[in-house]
Design a protein around this ligand. Structure first.
Ligand code: SF4
Length: 160
């Protein structure tokens, strides 16, 4: 390859490197907002504690202001009454942001197939990762988090 050919390639190479670096930085600096409504919260707390150590993945420090968070962890049964609040919290988060449906209740409504329960939070907010289980085991949560990190890395600068 000639020197000119190499110079022509440089912008593309640099853009790829910046994309990789941003994706890498984002995936290891997640600030979760735990939107906890029901029993899955116990398993969420267990996953966050030292035995499973979410800190290893750069996602240990929960934020209780949506404006400071980029990972909405929806944990527990979502009723139609609380659904507008969930949507509002999502809207208040700055982009890029990601959403995890934690537990089968958030994924599909679970066994609460009734008039009061939202049958899957993806009818209210876009979901990036579904973690089924009633409740999901911490190992499943960690595996899910690693899958989400891979997705964030692949998004690079784009984000959501
Ligand atoms: S998935 Fe099971 S443990 Fe989690 S909130 Fe629903 S009923 Fe409770």
């Amino acid at each position: 390859m000639t020197e000119n050919g190499l110079l022509e390639l440089m912008p593309g190479v640099l853009a790829t490197r910046v994309d990789d670096a941003v994706g890498w930085a984002r995936k290891y600096s997640l600030f979760p907002y735990p939107f906890v409504t029901a029993c899955c919260g116990m398993e969420y707390m267990s996953t966050s504690c030292s035995h499973y150590d979410l800190d290893r993945f750069g996602a240990a420090f929960p934020r209780f202001s949506p404006r400071q968070a980029d990972l909405l962890m929806v944990v527990g049964t979502i009723s139609h009454k609380i659904a507008p609040v969930l949507r509002r919290i999502y809207d208040q988060m700055a982009s890029p942001k990601w959403v995890v449906a934690f537990g089968v209740c958030t994924c599909t409504g679970g066994f609460y197939d009734n008039y009061a329960t939202v049958q899957g939070i993806d009818t209210i907010v876009p979901v990036d990762l579904y973690i089924p289980g009633c409740p999901p085991r911490p190992e499943a949560v960690l595996q899910g988090l690693m899958m989400l990190q891979a997705k964030i890395q692949s998004q690079g600068l784009e984000g959501r």
